[in-house]
Design a protein around this ligand. Structure first.
Ligand SMILES: Nc1ncnc2c1ncn2[C@@H]1O[C@H](COP(=O)(O)OP(=O)(O)OP(=O)(O)O)[C@@H](O)[C@H]1O
Ligand SMILES: [Mg+2]
Length: 258
């Protein structure tokens, strides 16, 4: 970067939002003054009850949804209503069934204006890193669930933005595939340590992957607990049996239950 400054710091200030439910019914309050900061290069996991506003928060950071009030910046720049400043992987993988794996991989880059040939040239080496070599010409329907998620992640990483927003990327996977995907994500993320906001329902996954875990309350979502995870990386799978880890898991579960 020309200034030498890193630009992946995220700041959410006093966010307010409510969804209208229709005439005669009260609005659904989602945020009533949410504050959240993510340091540049930090891996933040966000957990919270279903419907508390996690996906809504990511859609706002991705510039796809305007809150009623408040601010959200990345690297000090306003991102509200400005799509394209961050790389966003929505809760559904959104792979287009009529595009091959490579065509899907470059979709986001193409939409953001990168010429197709250049996007393809940048995507192809990533197929190796994302364990998809040999499947460049496969249709999404020919990929396993884990491969589809890796392809959706490849597309997100390819966007080359300083911030990655990942909405339950492994939510639909079985426990074994999920474990191997967590290890794999740790590896690919460690290569350049971009800022990550990772939404998950899985408390172990959150603690195992993240530098910090934030627990949101039920609607309107606010931060009810925050835990630092200071373990060195790479983290081993059996970390989950470590007493300190188990204690943190209990703390998160208590915050979720409270
Ligand atoms: N486009 C919308 N129109 C109306 N209500 C919405 C819309 N999007 C979300 N909501 C409501 O806002 C609340 C928060 O939804 P959101 O999808 O952000 O929750 P979530 O924390 O991601 O839940 P989950 O863990 O189940 O994915 C829910 O009550 C939901 O019904
Ligand atoms: Mg959601």
């Amino acid at each position: 970067m020309s200034t030498g400054a890193r630009t992946g710091a995220v700041a959410v200030r006093d966010l307010h939002h409510a969804f209208a439910r229709g005439r005669g019914t009260a609005d659904v309050p989602v945020f009533a003054g949410l504050d959240l900061s993510v340091e540049d290069g930090e891996f933040l996991a966000v957990v919270g009850p279903s419907g508390c506003g996690k996906s809504t928060l990511l859609r706002m950071l991705a510039g796809l949804l305007q809150p009623l009030a408040g601010s959200a910046t990345v690297g000090g720049r306003d991102v509200l209503g400005r799509p394209g400043a961050v790389a966003f992987m929505p809760q559904k993988d959104n792979l287009l069934p009529w595009r091959r794996a490579l065509g899907n991989a470059v979709l986001g880059a193409e939409i953001s204006g990168v010429p197709r040939a250049e996007a393809r040239a940048r995507a192809l080496p990533l197929f190796e890193r994302f364990g998809l070599v040999g499947f460049e010409r496969a249709w999404p329907a020919q990929l396993s669930g884990g491969m589809r998620q890796r392809l959706a992640l490849l597309r997100t990483f390819l966007l080359d933005q300083p911030v990655l927003l990942l909405d339950e990327p492994f939510g639909a996977l079985d426990a074994i595939t999920r474990r191997s995907m967590q290890t794999w994500l740790q590896d690919v993320w460690s290569a350049d340590r971009r800022t990550v906001v990772f939404v998950t329902h899985d408390v172990e996954e959150a603690l195992w992957l993240a530098d910090r875990v934030v627990v949101l309350s039920g609607r309107p979502g606010r931060v009810v607990a925050e835990l630092q995870v200071t373990r060195a990386r790479p983290r081993a799978l059996d970390l989950v049996t470590d007493p300190a880890f188990v204690a943190q898991r209990a703390e998160v579960l208590a915050a979720l239950g409270g």
